[in-house]
Design a protein around this ligand. Structure first.
Ligand code: PEP
Ligand code: MG
Length: 571
């Protein structure tokens, strides 16, 4: 199968399926001795949901419309019906499977029956069954989440196969030991893919039918560099890929020797390589790869997979941990980029706002309370090491002014509380909307530094939803319009003497390192796993050689010629 490569390397292992969205769960076998416990776990989840529904029922004010109570009664009835409360217990016992799987199997069977019902009213109750089953599922999973996969025994690695995963799902896999994952949907710079890359395991997205065609336990080869998945390979293919896997490991080991080497071109121009992180725990990986700071901390991941919002103290602790972990190296904390595919309050992709909607700084300015909490938390962390604030998705000068006013307000609140913070903290903006790119000189006047978010800049310039697999083949970082915009932003910032970085996925692609150097970029921020490869590329490059060639590439319109020139540049 061919898909879109997301994270390089080769994985060989057994397929581990996640069922389709809504009731996405893992299947695993429960030892005979634990079947009774598994049934008890299922019963406990039912009891919790029953208690929750009854409590909700009791809280309904008498003034509320009657349907409110009626709807809860209906849900309680569905919950207590033996088809949902008893049948899964029998499945657990008969199949020795986990409770989530048993519930899913039973719910699917029930829903199939609903499809055959002719009566419109009854057929509509299908949605209620789904809601009740999901409620039990979420309780079983510890809301919301996945059952931990069974530990891979011995040599066998597990490869996760899913129809789709949200960024919130993938971040949870940081705790799991999957060797790889593959999905039917998604694009190369979807947030799901970005988090996948941060797990540093081979992965492929946009495979379209993988979830349907692959069966639990199938032997799979995932080539995350080529975007190829081989199901049930023959012995020759297996031997060939084992060899390639071995070579890949040797390459990685060689790269590790570059950890403490400075990133300097052959003509002795220094380049700064920083890292992107999603959670403070990622700092370890940043250090391992010798990054010179954090260029992008995507703080919104602190807000996902939970019902409540992280408070000021909790956020402060997370930011301080990253700042402290970096030992005085700069940490660029981006204010939350929530909305679009990263929803709070357990909402899933189906209810997601559009990428053109209330997202990032727009959401922050719409929710000043929540924004101020985060700003105070970041400012407090700035007392413990070099910290910078980065604002996502800025589009206009009034937005910048409002943002700066909020920062001033957060500072004043800390002054009033006599809490220390860095009074000279720098504030930067992400350039990821074409309007901001075209008007970059006004941004330069207002902000201390800039960072180009190429993932969004490409999405908005080409009108390609970065999370939509049906258009992922059109997503093109090498589109002349994109290249000219990026080159123009860098040139304008350099002329004004304003620090400029690229922190989108382009910064971590070694095939684009020389091109970006040629545009005048001297600061890259990327996922730590990409850093050493990019450094290796810089060490082999000479600006004198690159610059005239990049100028030529910028003048080319024909995509085939452009790619040929890029290949020559990288040769
Ligand atoms: C980008 O858009 O390039 C970027 C770095 O931000 P994110 O990927 O989190 O949207
Ligand atoms: Mg972005």
């Amino acid at each position: 199968m061919h898909g879109v490569p997301v994270s390089g390397g080769i994985a060989i292992g057994r397929a581990h399926l996640l069922s389709r969205a809504g009731l996405e769960v893992a299947h695993y076998t429960v030892p005979k001795s634990q079947v009774a416990d598994e049934i008890a776990r299922f019963d406990a989840a039912l009891a919790t949901v029953r208690r929750d529904l009854e409590a909700l029922r009791a809280q309904i004010p008498s003034s509320a419309p009657q349907e409110f109570g009626g709807f809860l009664d209906l849900h309680l009835m569905i919950l207590n019906d033996t088809t949902l409360s008893k049948a899964p217990r029998d499945i657990i016992a008969a199949e020795q499977c986990n409770a989530e799987w048993a519930l899913k199997v039973q719910a699917d069977a029930l829903l199939a029956q609903f499809d055959e019902i002719e009566d419109g009213y009854l057929r509509e109750r299908r949605a209620d069954v789904i809601q009740v089953a999901e409620r039990v599922m979420k309780t079983l999973l510890g809301q919301p989440g996945y059952a931990p996969a069974p530990a891979a025994d011995g040599e066998e690695s597990l490869i996760l196969v899913a129809h789709d995963l949200s960024p919130a799902d993938v971040i949870q896999f940081k705790q799991h030991q999957f060797a790889s994952f593959i999905t039917d949907l998604g694009g190369t710079t979807s947030h799901t893919a970005i988090v996948a890359r941060s797990l540093n395991i081979p992965s492929v997205v946009a495979l379209h039918h993988a979830r349907q065609l692959i069966v639990e336990n199938d032997l799979l080869i995932v080539d995350g560099t080529q975007g190829v998945v081989i199901v049930d390979p023959d012995p020759q293919a297996l031997a060939e890929y084992k060899l390639r896997q071995h070579q890949w490991d040797i390459e990685r080991r060689k790269l590790r020797r570059l950890r403490d080497t400075r990133a300097i071109t052959l003509d002795r121009v220094a380049v700064e390589l920083q890292a992107n992180i999603e959670l403070p725990e990622d700092v370890g990986q940043v250090q391992e790869n010798g990054a010179e700071g954090i260029g992008l901390f995507r703080t919104e991941f602190l807000f996902l997979n939970r019902d409540d919002l992280p408070g000021e103290d909790e956020q402060f602790e997370a930011y301080r941990k990253a700042v402290h972990g970096m030992n005085g190296l700069p940490v660029t904390i981006r204010t939350y980029d929530l909305g679009a595919d990263k929803q709070i309050g357990g909402k899933d992709a189906a209810t997601a706002a559009s990428a053109l909607g209330l997202r990032a700084i727009r959401l922050s300015l719409n929710e000043p309370e929540m924004f101020l909490i985060q700003l105070r938390a970041i400012l407090r962390a700035s007392h413990y090491g070099k910290t910078r604030i980065l604002i996502p998705m800025l589009m206009s000068v009034p937005e910048i002014n409002q943002t700066l006013a909020h920062i001033a307000c957060a500072k004043q609140e800390l002054e009033d509380r006599s809490v220390p913070y860095d009074r000279k903290i720098e504030v930067g903006g992400m350039i990821e909307i074409p309007a901001a790119a075209l008007a970059v000189s006004t941004f330069i006047r207002k902000l201390d530094f800039l960072s180009i978010g190429t993932n969004d800049l490409i999405q908005y310039t080409l009108a390609i939803d970065r999370a939509d697999d049906t258009v992922s083949h059109l997503y093109d970082p090498l589109h002349p319009a994109v290249l000219r915009l990026i080159a123009q932003i860098i040139k304008t910032a350099n002329t004004a003497g304003r620090p400029i970085a690229v922190c989108g996925e382009m910064a971590g692609d070694p095939q684009l390192t020389r091109l970006l150097l040629g545009f005048g970029l001297r600061r890259f921020s990327m996922h730590p796993a990409r850093l050493l490869e990019v450094k290796q590329q810089i060490l082999k490059s000479s600006l004198r050689d690159i610059e005239p060639r990049t100028k030529k590439i910028l003048r080319i319109e024909d995509p085939v010629k452009l790619r040929a020139l890029l290949a020559q540049l990288n040769a």
